[in-house]
Design a protein around this ligand. Structure first.
Ligand code: CA
Length: 220
């Protein structure tokens, strides 16, 4: 859900989110945002700080009082005090305007990924890929019952692919989702981490899909 009173920004953000496969609803002011949030129960809220009616801080407080919801805050001012208050009332991340819609989507994906262990798989069932078992709650990986140590990035890469079994993820998508945003990382970063995961868990744990990217499990 997007709560933003500047229509041009709201449209740009929503256009990019829809293009990336998200279902998006829009509220143009604070009170409408709180109401729509209660009704739509979004997985994540992109929330402008300066809003008519109720400001973003108050909206964030009210949303969190209803139900824990991941929030990415948008601010026009690079005002550290506001941002700290925003983070204190439950925002997960923030972006200072102007930002690129592409960067916003990367942040949204990263926040959703961090929120996942609390929302997905409540019984804590491990992900199983062949003889490898992945426990997301404890971040432990075992191969044939033997514990294997992965670095945090190797672990996140493995989970990213294993939770979407059969999907081929491009290096660009993996960079956005595992590394968080478009930094100074390149395709080689992904390749070297894939190599390292294979070295630890076996060559066939992650498949290379020629000219596309990587996958775990059979693809259609
Ligand atoms: Ca505004």
């Amino acid at each position: 859900m997007v709560i933003e009173d500047e229509e041009a920004i709201a449209q740009a953000v929503m256009h990019r989110l829809v293009a990336d496969g998200f279902d998006v609803e829009w509220a143009p002011d604070g009170p409408a945002g709180v109401d729509l949030c209660a009704k739509a129960q979004p997985d994540l809220v992109v929330l402008d700080l300066m809003l008519p009616g109720l400001d973003g801080i108050e909206v964030c407080k009210r949303i969190q009082a209803e139900r824990r919801t991941p929030v990415v805050m948008l601010t026009a001012r690079d005002d550290e005090a506001d941002l700290l208050v925003g983070l204190a009332v439950g925002a997960d991340d923030y972006l200072t305007k102007p930002f690129s819609p592409r960067e916003l989507v990367a942040r949204v994906r990263a926040v959703l990924r961090r929120a996942e262990p609390q929302t997905a798989s409540p019984d804590g069932a491990p992900l199983v890929v062949g003889d490898v078992s992945i426990d997301r709650a404890t971040r432990r990986v075992a191969r044939s019952g033997e514990q294997v140590h992965l670095t945090p990035l190797e672990f996140d890469l493995l989970v990213c692919l294993a939770t979407r079994r059969g999907a081929v993820l491009s290096r660009e998508v993996l960079l956005a989702e595992v590394w968080g945003y478009d930094g100074d990382y390149g395709a080689r970063t992904v390749d070297s981490h894939v190599r390292s995961v294979r070295r630890k868990l076996g060559d066939d744990i992650i498949r290379t899909v020629h000219a596309v990217g990587y996958a775990i499990g059979d693809t259609e």
